[in-house]
Design a protein around this ligand. Structure first.
Ligand code: ATP
Ligand code: MG
Ligand code: MG
Length: 558
């Protein structure tokens, strides 16, 4: 793997280290909200944050990256998501060791800090409804209006906030707000809400709390408590930075530096957990781990490798400018890794029977086939051959055009690793007229695939022996959306762009017998067909299931 190219964040860290800022420490964090599975966009943030900790291991004060669950919203968060996030970060190849944190562990501290701000006259309890608060907020061109409750006394605010905490008020009846400036040009500074009332059970704190801190009052303080030095987030938080800084300055606590970078967007998919959840709940896909989903668990199940995803994240780089990356580039990265790392095998997805009439009945033999065409360290395997084999239906045409180099009546092709065969005749189903079998002859002197007389045979086909083949179900995936930017038009529901043909299930495929024991998640190149991965959950020796990860060539280019 290439080492990470430098980027503007590294430049900031280098400068900080050269000035011995933060005692020479580099501490980053990846802070997911456990309200869904991680997606490929999160991979960019994971690779960036954990990658910095890895690459600054020699910093004078050391380096580390925390995994912090940003779990302040009890109604949307679940343990299932925490488990999958942890599994996915590890699968991607990163370790947080003992540095696993939960914002909910800071609820008590955050509550005390809120009281500190009330005491300093910097926070107040507001009785306006959410709608009224919005209406008072003003716009970019119009200053906001002060709430009539803004000038409550410190004593009253302390009493009311405690009563909020004690459960004396219903949801939505009061909030705690920071007292900053209702005419600030930055709307985030117009007395933002710090706490809301929510009588909801939290997946970790149970019913201990009925007030919950907002993101803006939680994130920076959590960073500070953990000694984070560089708090890296996506660009939409740029306008929140003054607020991040304001809370920390008011509280007089360790001040991490927030740095924003452009989020990853990829075409032909959506990358918001809310939309992904909508696909899951509406059964448009088979769960978060559906191989068509842009979730990391989905990509894993499809056969993407951690190395390919890390490589992709390095190559797209880190910048301050929003952009959209081609799905084709992600696939290019995975294809490159799989080409290098996967053994080859033969599989026939749409079998057509081929009988070699001059090959003795009941006889069979084995061919030695390399597992990789240019990596001898991957060894060889034995591929059995006999009188009846199957080829791909697409590899035969009764009436072929000139440029068709595969099998046709009277034509000769090579069965890979085996013999040259010639099609002598076709057998049809008497009712449908469909061709159900090819009658062929083989050249016994062409063992290994070349004729002693040197005659040229262009086509080489993959095949499996009928007597030895194993059956499998194969799942072929196409893009989940037909539109390059499915959520680009706010007037149109993104689901209208779903591709109805994104999944094609092919039963009764025939595989060479070396695949009979394929372990879940083992990956292969099925020759001429693409890269495939044994399904993580469903592939069993008596029920083989393979997912196509990618085709051999780019199918995205238009
Ligand atoms: P979404 O909008 O998809 O729900 P989110 O930002 O709400 O994403 P979080 O769980 O809060 O999801 O994200 C955890 C971290 O991952 C955050 O620091 C966030 O900035 C980062 N992240 C999320 N989406 C992307 C993306 N598309 N590209 C880069 N980083 C991302
Ligand atoms: Mg978030
Ligand atoms: Mg979100």
């Amino acid at each position: 793997e290439p080492t990470a190219p430098t980027n503007f964040i590294r430049t900031i860290i280098d400068t900080d280290l050269s000035q011995n800022k933060n005692n020479g420490c580099v501490v980053t964090r990846f802070p997911p909200e456990p309200n869904g599975f991680l997606h490929i966009g999160h991979a960019k943030s994971i690779c960036l944050n954990f990658g910095l900790a890895r690459d600054y291991a020699d910093a004078p004060g050391g380096s580390r990256c925390h995994l912090r669950f940003d779990d302040t919203n009890p109604t949307k968060e679940e343990q299932e998501y925490i488990d999958s996030i942890k599994e996915t970060v590890q699968w991607l190849g990163f370790e947080w060791g003992k540095h696993e944190y939960y914002a909910s562990d800071y609820f008590e501290q955050l509550y005390r800090w809120a009281i500190q701000l009330i005491e300093a006259g910097k926070a107040y309890v507001d009785d306006l409804t959410a709608e009224e608060i919005r209406a008072h907020r003003g716009t970019l061109t119009e200053p906001g209006k002060n709430s009539p409750y803004r000038d409550r006394s410190v004593e009253e605010n302390l009493a009311l906030f405690e009563a909020m905490k004690n459960g004396d008020f219903p949801d939505g009846s009061k909030v705690l707000r920071a007292k900053i400036d209702m005419s600030a040009p930055n709307l985030n500074l117009r007395d933002p809400v710090m706490y809301r009332i929510l009588h909801a059970e939290h997946h970790r704190t149970g019913n201990a709390w009925c007030i919950y801190p907002m993101y803006d009052f939680t994130h920076g303080q959590s960073d500070s408590l953990e000694g984070v030095t560089h708090s890296i987030c996506t660009l939409e938080f740029e306008a929140h930075r003054p607020l991040y800084d304001w809370f920390i300055e008011q509280l007089g606590i360790h001040h991490p530096q927030q740095i924003e970078f452009a989020r990853l967007n990829i075409n032909y998919t959506v990358m918001s957990k809310r939309k992904l959840l909508e696909l899951v709940n509406g059964n448009y896909v088979q769960g978060w781990e559906d191989p068509r989903m842009p979730t990391l668990a989905g990509l894993r199940r499809r056969g993407f490798t951690p190395a390919a995803i890390r490589n992709f994240c390095e190559r797209i780089g880190v910048s301050k400018k929003d952009s959209c990356v081609d799905m084709g580039f992600l696939e290019f990265c995975v294809r490159e890794d799989l080409d290098r790392s996967t053994p080859r095998a033969m599989a026939v997805l749409n079998p057509l029977r081929l009988v070699i009439e001059n090959y003795p009945e009941g006889q069979s033999e084995e061919f030695e086939a390399p597992n990789h065409p240019n990596d001898p360290t991957m060894g060889n395997r034995k591929v059995p051959f006999s009188r009846v084999v199957y080829i791909e239906r697409d590899d035969f045409m009764e009436d072929p055009p000139k440029k068709f180099f595969r099998l046709a009546p009277g034509r000769e092709v090579r069965l890979k690793y085996a013999y040259l065969v010639r099609c002598e005749d076709v057998v049809r189903d008497p009712d449908s007229g469909e061709i159900i079998e090819l009658r062929c002859s083989y050249d016994p002197d062409s063992r290994g695939g070349s004729a002693p007389d040197g005659r040229k045979v262009k086509g080489t086909l993959h095949w499996v022996s009928e007597a030895h083949a194993v059956k499998a179900e194969v799942r072929l995936y196409d893009r989940l959306f037909n539109a390059a930017n499915p959520d680009g038009d706010k007037e149109v529901d993104f689901k209208t762009h779903l591709n109805p043909d994104s999944l094609q299930t092919v039963k009764d495929c025939l595989l060479e017998p070396s695949l009979a024991e394929a372990a879940p998640e083992s990956r292969y190149q099925f020759e001429r067909l693409g890269y495939f991965c044994a399904d993580r959950y469903e592939c069993k020796p008596d029920n083989l299931v393979f997912n196509r990860t990618v085709t051999l060539r780019d199918s995205w280019a238009k």
